[in-house]
Every structure is written in structure tokens, then in C-alpha cells.
Ligand binder design. Structure first.
Ligand SMILES: [Zn+2]
Length: 178
């Protein structure tokens, strides 16, 4: 089976459309992969479809995947479910936005890559942009999670060590040696 396409020519899309279904692979989404702890995801659902209807390209996708990253309170691993369903209209012209009921749209000129005379839609990049917006800015366990113990104590201990290094008596001792 072919992997999810990185780019697709708009011309081709307008006549043939595009559809892909398979495993969500982090290796295809490097910016997302940097923000999570695991390298592979089990049990994912990933579906992507592009249609051309009434002069508008429609990018639809849905992702369900359990991702793992670090809780910023206890610094332990935590899981969260990425569950995204997105439908984006890709417009040639802003005036087309008036015809839409939804307000999720982008201008084609802002997203396509020109390669010679081809206008290519960077599918993976666009999906990744949407997924990054769905990630929690500061991942944290639920407040009432008993296993989530804040690491403040650890941080304080580290500070004590630093203070000892700057101990004025230690500085004096050094001066005496000279
Ligand atoms: Zn936690």
C-alpha cells in the first residue's frame, strides 16, 4: 500500500480526488513527533479525503491516536487521546467564503507549493498544522489524579546545591589559597 502522499497536484485532484486510509505514522509528522515521547503509535485510525466540488477543494481528515508525553506537573509520562475530525475548504478566492456555511477555510495561494507549473497541495504539512493546534500547550494530568505528585520538592533541592556552590566561605577559602 502506498504511504500517505506528501504533495498532490491540484489539477489531478480536481479530476480524480484523493483518498487514503491507514495507520497514523509519526515518522510522517516530524514536528508532531518532536512533541511526544513515543516513536510508534499502536491502534490508530487515520482517514484522509480530498474532493473538488463546486470550484472548492475540500480537505477532510480524521485521526484517533493515543499519544504519550510528559506531564509538566509530575514529569511522569501521560497519555492523551488525539481525536480530531477536520473539514477544511480550500479557496481560490476570498469571495468564495461567502458561499460557505462553515468558517474553516484557507486560501489556496497561502498553502500551495509551486513546482514548475504545478500547484501542489502539501497534504501532510497541512494535516500536521491542524494536529499541532489540537495538542495541549502544557500537558498535565487531571488535578485530582493521585499519582500526579508535583516535583516542586525536587526543584528546591537542586536550588540548595546551587547555593552551596556560591557559599561566601568557600570563596574566602579560595582567596586564602592564593
Ligand atoms: Zn502528572
Amino acid at each position: 500500500m502506498k504511504p500517505l502522499a506528501n504533495f498532490i497536484d491540484l489539477e489531478k485532484l480536481s479530476t480524480q480526488g484523493y483518498q487514503w486510509q491507514g495507520k497514523f505514522q509519526l515518522t510522517q509528522f516530524p514536528r508532531l513527533a518532536e512533541l511526544v515521547s513515543q516513536t510508534d503509535i499502536e491502534d490508530t485510525v487515520f482517514f484522509c479525503k480530498i474532493n473538488y466540488l463546486a470550484s472548492i477543494y475540500w480537505l477532510e481528515f480524521s485521526v484517533q491516536a493515543t499519544l504519550e508525553n510528559q506531564c509538566q506537573r509530575c514529569l511522569q509520562a501521560m497519555e492523551f487521546l488525539l481525536n480530531e475530525q477536520v473539514k477544511l475548504a480550500l479557496l481560490e478566492d476570498k469571495s468564495q467564503a461567502n458561499l460557505l456555511q462553515e468558517d474553516d477555510w484557507l486560501l489556496l495561494n497561502d498553502v500551495v507549493n509551486m513546482v514548475k507549473h504545478e500547484r501542489r497541495l502539501p497534504i501532510i504539512n497541512m494535516i500536521e498544522d491542524e494536529l499541532l493546534l489540537a495538542l495541549p500547550l502544557v500537558p498535565k494530568h487531571d488535578l485530582n489524579d493521585e499519582n500526579c505528585v508535583p516535583v516542586d520538592i525536587l526543584v528546591e533541592e537542586e536550588e540548595t546545591v546551587v547555593e552551596e556552590k556560591n557559599n561566601p566561605f568557600a570563596v574566602l577559602a579560595k582567596l586564602k589559597d592564593k
